[in-house]
Design a protein around this ligand. Sequence first.
Ligand SMILES: Cc1ncc(COP(=O)(O)O)c(C=O)c1O
Length: 391
Amino acid sequence: MRFYLDHAATTSLRPEAGEAWLGAATVLGNASSTHAAGQDARRLLEECRERVAAVLGCDPIEVVFTSGGTESINLALRGLWLSRGGGTSAIVLPDGEHHASMDSVAALVRDGAEVRAVPLDGFGRIRPDVFAAALPGAALATALAANNEVGTVNDSAALSAAAADAGVPFHLDAVAAWGHVPLSFRRLRGDAEAGEGLVAMSIAGHKLGAPVGVGVLVVARSARITASMHGGTQQRGLRAGTQDVAGAAALAVALERTEAEREGEASRLARLRDRLVAGVLREAPGSELLGDPVGRLPGNAHLLFPGAVGESLLFLLDRAGVAASTGSACQAGVAEPSHVVRAMGRDERAARSVLRFTLGRTSDDADVDAVVEAIGEAYARASGARSAGRS
Ligand SMILES: Cc1ncc(COP(=O)(O)O)c(C=O)c1O
């Protein structure tokens, strides 16, 4: 039996989303065709767009279906930067963002953008006052609603308000947070002026029980944004190409179910997570919970194991049937030290000694028990192996 504690990487398909996908995939017709079959597909697609908009708190026309989080973020950051007004080419980029944002910005730097970094505090939080101080005159800003590695939840309302006050267009990466904490695009946007404040928000379907390959970028009607994909006028010209009706149908169901279950799931997962953290701290003396102990995603437990390499722990846990993650990106199969843990002020050794356990819809007490049972021996062996390797 396997115990899956990596729901932040991807979570299982919701059966209802799978059924909706299959049902829509059998509707023949390109949603851009004018014949009756095309119009049937179009009707279904637009109905899904309305349902998605209702859940995300935006207008249907503001929903741009994409292939997932990375594409949404690329479209938002490049698109906003290309449409910037005169003046500065600065992009406000907090430390510890997801690589989809970091690497999109790095590509824009090669095209002449400058980066204004925003340091994190020791819990991995973006402090709204520090963020606000970086904004004046910037071309755009981006931030995580919640950090996907350490689980720290940011104050998205305060960050959006700061961007609106500074007259800067703001993109929110809600991929890790949406469905776990309340996030309404309309409420966060408030009464910001056209093209300022929160103008774009990224969502990925596979984190919420839809299949891999579908996501959303919410783009405010008033946003000034340039397309990256060319070849058609679909979706306000922002995302050319034949539209994925089946993906939209699956996503609509997944978002609706996730939102309907959100509060109940948040308390259920927080209880499981707290039991997991208490058990690990007891069985692996010296381990430490990282990230905000209170303002964190309900299903996220991110722990430091001093003296052990995260990948060795992963390997040993995997042999015990437990699937976890170091949370950080891999280069050629080798985990990099976590840039998030570094941004929280820890040294490189600590940034290589972390594990992330993430719980989701199918998690239960047996998953927690499996981790708690396996972690003591895994930590002893991983830290022993490390000191033996060095001598
Ligand atoms: C916060 C965050 N942003 C962006 C992404 C990228 O999303 P996707 O895997 O759908 O491309 C992820 C995925 O791990 C994420 O956690």
